[in-house]
Design a protein around this ligand. Structure first.
Ligand code: PEP
Length: 250
């Protein structure tokens, strides 16, 4: 049964690829991903490769998202980048609250402010959430993810639903090769959707799964009713492998 929600497959390059490398990747990807595929596709290059990626993908259906965005428009925030600057560089969206950012100190309050700032500037924001292995083993995964979603969406209104995506990414599955089972992914994404219902229409909200998604497991994960696509890291660094995940979503 169709959910009516268009799948999204995004590739988080983390701290990989120079601007020059991103050009080659984007040109190759654009040849592999068909513009008519019924799926939204985005790459998330490092800040320094945003502009080159956006230029290489101009005229294609593939979007470019940043990996983070600061909540302030400008000011004394050394090393940070605002939503307006990202848009100037060609970004269409931004990840917010990736677990690697949260591990570096990003708080729930900052995530909420960044979600708001990104949406206000016109970016599509992919807010990430997910529990650690210790939290899951202690039976606290639902409570953890519920808190992250509730607090991360604390400044979101119903009108924001089309500019918001949530990615459930259990930390124990990120970069480990250990993927959540489809049942685990479905259960967690359903919780995310239910919690988000306090802020936005849950039937319209896209919820992604991320954590060691690859061409071999993507189809069964994305076939889950509450999984509307994937946020892929390692497997998004190679155009063929990323295009295969896109094909699995289509
Ligand atoms: C990520 O970086 O968001 C991610 C899910 O990484 P990987 O696919 O490598 O686990």
């Amino acid at each position: 049964m169709s959910t009516g929600r268009r799948p999204l497959v995004a590739g988080n390059w983390k701290m990989h690829k120079t601007a020059a490398e991103s050009r080659g990747f984007c040109t190759a990807l654009a040849e592999l991903v068909h513009a008519t595929a019924p799926v939204d596709v985005a790459v998330c290059p490092p800040f320094t490769a945003l502009q080159a990626s956006a230029r290489a993908l101009a005229g294609t259906s593939i979007a470019v998202y940043a990996q983070n965005v600061h909540e302030a428009a400008s000011g004394a925030h050394t090393g940070e980048i605002s939503a307006g600057m990202l848009i100037e560089a060609g970004a269409d969206g931004a990840l917010v609250g990736h677990s690697e950012r949260r591990a570096a100190g990003d708080t729930d309050a900052q995530v909420a402010a960044r979600v708001r700032a990104g949406i206000d500037a016109g970016l599509l924001v992919v807010m990430c959430c997910g529990e650690s292995l210790d939290t899951r083993r202690a039976g606290g995964a639902e409570e953890w993810v519920t808190r992250q979603v509730r607090e991360g969406l604390s400044r979101v209104t119903a009108a924001d639903v089309d500019r918001l995506v949530i990615a459930y990414e259990p930390i124990w599955a990120i970069g480990t090769g250990e993927t959540a089972t489809p049942d685990q992914a479905q259960e967690a994404c359903a919780i995310v959707r239910a919690v988000a219902a306090d802020a936005v229409d849950p039937a319209r909200l896209r919820v992604l799964y991320g954590g060691s998604v690859n061409p071999g497991n993507a189809a069964e994960l994305m076939a889950c009713p509450d999984v509307d696509g994937a946020l892929a890291g390692g497997a998004s660094l190679d155009p063929e492998s990323f295009a295969a995940i896109v094909a699995a979503a289509a």
